[in-house]
Ligand binder design. Sequence first.
Ligand code: E4P
Length: 218
Amino acid sequence: MKFFVDTGEIDDIKDLAATGLLDGVTTNPSLIAKSGRNFLELIAEICGVVDGPVSAEVAATDYATMIKEAEKLAAIADNVAVKVPLTEDGLKVCKAMSDNGTMVNVTLCFSAGQAILAAKAGATFISPFVGRLDDICQNGLELIADICQIYSMYPEFDTEVLVASVRNPTHIIESAKMGADVVTCPPSVIKQLYKHPLTDKGLAAFVDDWKKTGQSIL
Ligand code: E4P
């Protein structure tokens, strides 16, 4: 399972990249607004830090403007994945860009039917939003299960399931059990994955006991 971080904060991206566990980055207009950074400059900077796919989202909603934005974003670096919304025009952009060899991440997916359309449009990634479905009392993880099952039955679909709107480690673990290809998480959720109280307790005991030996490894 690949790990992407969902943020526009360059310092967080650098920290996570240093762990060697980071496979890519996703951003969206809300995260860019929160960062306060110039969008095009930020994407270029992120692409210099991370080798894997860096999702940069178009801002327009009509085909003619979206395709121009998509081409401009794709020209920033080879590892840019252009992000488009799951609309009729968005999927037309997806088809055109993926036919030209650009990675495309189709975002704002909330149904299996939408995911089928994205795969047919040649999306590199489909981003189903688990947390936002949970927020309206629908089971986000059921959507992941449905998409994984459907895609597995059609070898001609090479779209990767990128689990988005991740709110907690359970979203990650359950998605992994279903065979989802990628999760994109806020930095705080990735950090949570490291933690277990028994790890902390066990380590404290080992550190204490080691001191009692009076030895040093180095
Ligand atoms: C995915 O690409 C989106 O940027 C993101 O996961 C949205 O998450 P949110 O629902 O927490 O805003």
